[in-house]
Design a protein around this ligand. Structure first.
Ligand SMILES: [Zn+2]
Length: 213
């Protein structure tokens, strides 16, 4: 088999439309650099805007991108957005998922995913500010965290992915929805806005083979 074909078949291409203007972008850049390997087994293209996007804008862009794909077997579109205090979160989620966009939704915010690399469990009602404060306290590499991941962050995160994935799965199992499990995800009847605290960013790591499924 020609080498080019073999590589082309293997390498996944992810288009990630992100709500934030820095944190997700820095993290996804780290993910590619740390785990894609050489030759690369995947590539991540981050679609972002200065000053960020709202969830429904993230999803609209993701749907446009989905229409442009050349090879849907190899290419995927992901939508990253948060609960925060946004409106139209549930509708945005539904619109993305029903069209075939992969959703990485975090409640209350993306930084919860980073926090799960360092703390065994979170519970109760958390605001974005709570999560960011806890992240700053959780590891010295995040002490001055303010949207950007600084140079020490990759070394701090690296090696903790499996633990973070299993903690993120536990949060889904403990979801107030009662029909939700870490393996199957949130069930029917589990309202998107009631899914706090939880995050689905881990699904991308499983999809890319960074962590076993
Ligand atoms: Zn749930």
């Amino acid at each position: 088999m020609p080498r080019v074909v073999a590589e082309g078949r293997k390498r996944k291409v992810v288009y990630a439309v992100v709500e934030g203007e820095s944190t997700e972008r820095d993290y996804l850049g780290y993910l590619e650099e740390r785990f894609a390997g050489d030759p690369r087994t995947f590539e991540i293209h981050v679609l972002w805007k200065r000053k960020g996007l709202k969830p429904d804008e993230v999803v609209s862009w993701a749907l446009d991108k989905l229409d442009e794909l050349d090879d849907p077997r190899r290419e995927q579109v992901w939508a990253f957005f948060d609960r925060d205090d946004h409106s139209r979160v549930a509708q945005s989620y539904e619109r993305a998922e029903s069209a075939g966009v992969r959703v990485a939704f975090s409640h209350p915010c993306f930084e919860l995913w980073l926090l799960l690399h360092f703390v065994a469990g979170v519970s109760g009602s958390l605001s974005s500010r709570n999560v960011q404060d806890r992240l700053r306290a959780a590891h010295k590499a995040f002490k001055g965290f303010d949207k950007h991941l600084d140079a020490a962050a990759p070394a701090a995160l690296s090696g903790r992915e499996s633990a973070a994935v299993s903690r993120a799965r536990s949060l889904i199992t403990n979801c107030p929805g009662m029909v939700c499990t870490g393996r199957a995800g949130h069930g029917d009847g589990c309202k998107v806005v009631d899914r706090g605290p939880s995050t689905e960013v881990w699904r991308l790591l499983v999809e890319l083979g960074v962590v076993p499924g």
